[in-house]
Design a protein around this ligand. Structure first.
Ligand SMILES: Cc1cc2nc3c(=O)[nH]c(=O)nc-3n(C[C@H](O)[C@H](O)[C@H](O)COP(=O)(O)OP(=O)(O)OC[C@H]3O[C@@H](n4cnc5c(N)ncnc54)[C@H](O)[C@@H]3O)c2cc1C
Length: 391
């Protein structure tokens, strides 16, 4: 939609072709229906939240940055507000307001919109795009912008068609994978912990003994494994989850090993006549206690005053390095974004035009770019769309 707006602003006769019965099906569900439209961070910091190919995005993001995007919507009667973590939402909390503003702008600029129209392939001649073929016909065009999204949440229309067209016209497609996605774990205990949210938890992910991710935040246990903001962020750096990963939780990230040991000594002394399970209620959510005791090989029946030094050390080790056994990332149906895609080496970062086919442009999630949660992915889609359109 932004690419079509931009092309029309640049003076091109523009047609937007959408296979769904309406525009912006994915946009509608973003930010749990509230649409976290961008992040109001200092624009220099924006790129720290981009996981793949941040440098490729410099021209696009500096050319149409978060303040330009916010001004775009506010000028079109969508007041915005900034929440925790610089996340920007419409004041109304309705993603439909964002979609409506884009639709009104498309109409005002005279963009013709064809709904229920599925593009099948690109038509090229002598290294130049000349049009597109769709079910039941074709359309000639001097310029074609591919904005088909990735593979995530395919029910919204993103079914990877753009990758197929790009490949068929000689572009490299970097392996795609679900990103911002929960993990499946092998550990049987996840079933006992299902529904538990740990608020301030440390997470470390290692691959081949090297740290891939280290951070602190919220982890949610589910029937299959783990989810929650911290897990989603880590998943994007696991690039498809291929390989051997070691994952550890730190249940008390604010306390050093020594300080936690002192706390243990104090709690165990105060509750010396109580069972260890009972005393651990001061330190852990109830459902975690049997799991931590089993992982530490310490009996919860034991009186707290009788816990030996080596038992205390084992507990300490599990509190600070609780191991989770990674099985795989969940699938595209649950992934907020798709990693991989059209190689940025085949696209000119100053224009978004293909380096292989003249007049062909790519923007948004179809490209091999992805970022963390917080409004960055939509800003990338809007910025690259704006640049591809040429306004
Ligand atoms: C649940 C969820 C929540 C999210 N929340 C946020 C958020 O709050 N903030 C944020 O920054 N990002 C969020 N994202 C990510 C964000 O939605 C995407 O990064 C963004 O939508 C990508 O935009 P796009 O235009 O490239 O692709 P899409 O939004 O996927 O749009 C692609 C369009 O192309 C159409 N299309 C595909 N193939 C064809 C074809 N063959 N013919 C015709 N039309 C076709 C599709 O139907 C679709 O309408 C979220 C994603 C999900 C899944």
């Amino acid at each position: 939609m932004m690419a079509a707006i931009s092309a029309a602003m640049a003076g091109d006769e523009t047609r937007l072709i959408e296979k769904n019965e309406k525009l912006g099906k994915k946009l509608f569900i973003t930010g749990k229906g509230r649409c976290n439209v961008t992040n109001a961070c200092d624009i220099c910091d924006f790129f720290d939240s981009v996981c793949s190919n941040p440098k490729f995005l410099y021209s696009a993001v500096y050319g149409f940055d978060n303040s330009s995007l916010m001004a775009f919507f506010e000028e079109r009667k969508v007041p915005l507000k900034t929440e925790r973590g610089n996340r920007v939402f419409p004041v109304s909390d309705h993603s439909s307001d964002i979609i409506r503003a884009l639709e009104v702008q498309l109409k005002d600029l005279g963009v013709s919109v064809s709904l229920n129209t599925e593009v099948r392939e690109l038509i090229t001649e002598n290294g130049r795009v000349t049009g597109i073929r769709y079910a039941g016909g074709f359309e000639e065009a001097d310029r074609v912008i591919v904005a088909t999204g990735g593979l995530s949440y395919p029910s919204t229309g993103s079914t990877g068609d753009g990758y197929r067209w790009a490949k068929a016209t000689g572009h490299e497609i970097r392996d795609t994978y679900p990103a911002l996605v929960p993990f499946n774990l092998k550990d049987e205990f996840v079933k006992e912990l299902q529904g538990l949210t740990l608020k301030n938890t440390g997470l470390v992910v290692l691959k081949d003994k090297k740290t891939v991710f280290s951070g602190q935040g919220e982890v949610l246990f589910t029937h299959f494994g783990v989810s929650g903001p911290l897990i989603l962020t880590a998943s994007s750096l696991m690039k498809g989850g291929r390989g051997d990963f070691e994952i550890y939780l730190d249940l008390k990230p604010a306390l050093s090993q020594e300080v936690l040991d002192k706390r243990f000594l104090r709690e165990f002394e105060n509750g010396a006549q109580k069972s260890l399970s009972n005393v651990l209620k001061e330190l852990l959510p109830k459902s975690m206690i049997p799991v931590i005791l089993a992982l530490s090989s310490v009996s919860g029946e034991k009186k707290a005053g009788q816990v030996s030094r080596s038992e205390r050390e084992r507990l300490l080790d599990v509190f600070k390095h609780m191991p989770l056994h990674f099985s795989s990332l969940r699938g595209y149906n649950e992934a907020i974004i798709t990693g991989g895609g059209v190689s940025v080496r085949d696209v000119n970062p100053s224009t978004m035009e293909s380096n292989k086919i003249k007049g062909l442009y790519f923007c948004g999630e179809v490209l091999d770019v992805d970022a963390f949660t917080g409004g960055y992915n939509l800003q990338i889609a809007f910025s690259t769309g704006r640049l591809a359109g040429g306004a």
